[in-house]
Design a protein. Structure first.
Length: 423
């Protein structure tokens, strides 16, 4: 799909690359339904390549994901290809479909329908408020530089909070003498008062958004907050990079590349060399950098690693890059371990309800499980102790279950359990 603000252009291709049809639809809920119905009439829709899944194509991507269609992010066509074949919306839609067919488009789109999308909205609000507050502070201090000397002396030596409060208390002298012309000093004091009020309002907005982000992080990723060097803002930044569906990232290497901390080969001949990765999400890269700098100050294990690598001839920059890669690995596994826990619990309950004989049912309040990751990022192992309420004593059934989570769906691969109460 080639997405725009008002319309989307879709092209349907066969597995062999034959074009079945191209059509334009409005960028609305009715248009999304019509697009999928039109494509479904031409064949079974399994995968879709969408340009701009984070902007004009975000709503379309969410709709397709809810309908069970795999959505892949497609970059704009190569400039050489555009010069040779020309540029039009139908051609862009066909190129997007061919990118998915050929495997060039492998990045799955973010679902954007959960707490991570909420955090993204709050981060957007906070970023603009911080930028506006910084601008207002710089303007206030610039006005002070050219202000009347008596006014400057009145405010000199005050720290920022006291300076803003003092400026906010200035009276609006322009209303006292309506018949007289306003002086430069009066205009200066009025300007300082308005800027100070603006700074206070923006500060309150920033603090409110920070509290909301902290609550989101504590509720959804407490494991990240327990790690040294990760606070609410850093945790939220990394979660936004992963998205509401972190299972779209197939391995820790893909997450490292997404954060721009994976080394890039630059070898030639006998020279073996890897250069810095300048791509990826720079906000996530900065978050990993903050984690490493904090650990270098307060964590003995990181400081020991730093000293050891220094003795091996590594520079500080090279060591920091290695530590950022390790931090990305740790964050990836912490977040992936949280994927689908509610769904896993409900699937386990449904499993027992089908297998248990008689009228006994599992007591999920007393039951518990431990979840383990494996070398395959989609495969998990659960050690489960399920408690069944009996007539007298409770009955405990132990189970080791191997299952796969892919695209939010659970598939049990193998079960090992004790035979009590089972068919």
């Amino acid at each position: 799909m080639d997405t725009h603000r008002d319309t989307h252009v879709a092209a349907v291709l066969s597995p062999l690359g034959a074009v079945f049809g191209t059509e334009e639809f409005p960028a609305s809920a009715a248009g999304y339904r019509g697009l999928l119905a039109w494509a479904g009439a031409l064949g079974t829709v399994r995968r879709a390549g969408v340009e701009g899944t984070g902007s004009f194509g975000a709503a379309l991507s969410r709709y397709l994901l809810t309908q069970g269609v795999e959505v892949f992010e497609v970059n704009r066509p190569d400039r050489t290809d555009r010069r040779l074949r020309g540029k039009s919306d139908p051609l862009d839609a066909q190129n997007a479909a061919r990118a998915v067919l050929s495997g060039r488009a492998r990045a799955r789109a973010k679902s954007g329908d959960g707490p991570v999308q909420i955090a993204r909205m709050y981060k957007l609000t906070k970023g603009s408020a911080v930028k506006a507050r910084t601008q207002a502070i710089n303007q206030l201090k610039a006005v002070l530089i050219t202000a009347d000397p008596a006014l400057r002396e009145e405010l000199v030596g005050l720290n920022n909070p006291d300076l803003f409060r003092a400026c906010a208390r200035f009276a609006d002298e322009s209303k006292n003498e309506e018949g007289e012309e306003e002086t430069v000093l009066q205009a200066t004091r009025t300007t300082l008062r308005l800027l100070a009020h603006r700074i206070e309002q923006l500060t309150e907005q920033i603090q409110d958004v920070e509290h909301r982000l902290a609550r989101l992080a504590e509720r959804h990723v407490p494991q990240l907050l327990a790690v040294v060097g990760i606070g609410p803002d850093t945790a939220v930044t990394l979660l936004i990079t992963m998205g509401d569906n972190p299972e779209r990232l197939s391995s820790e290497a893909s997450f490292a590349a997404l954060c721009g901390v994976s080394p890039v080969e630059r070898s030639s001949g006998t020279r073996q060399y890897r250069r810095l990765n300048r791509g990826g999400d720079r906000q996530a890269n900065a978050a990993l950098h903050r984690i490493v700098q904090t650990r270098l100050r307060v964590e003995p294990r990181t400081r020991d690693y730093f000293e050891r690598r220094l003795k091996q001839g590594k520079t500080r920059r090279e060591i920091v890059r290695c530590l950022k890669r390790y931090a990305a690995r740790e964050v990836f596994h912490l977040v992936r371990r949280l994927v689908g826990r509610d769904e896993i619990r409900s699937a386990m309950a449904a499993y027992y309800e089908r297998q248990v004989r008689g009228d006994r049912s599992p007591n999920l309040e007393k039951s518990g499980y431990v979840l383990h990751t494996t070398s395959d990022p989609d495969v998990f192992i659960a050690e489960i102790d399920t408690v069944f309420d009996g007539d007298g004593d409770d009955v405990v059934v132990s189970l080791v279950q191997i299952f796969r989570i892919r695209d939010g769906k659970i598939a049990r691969l193998r079960d090992y359990f004790t035979p009590e109460l089972m068919n």
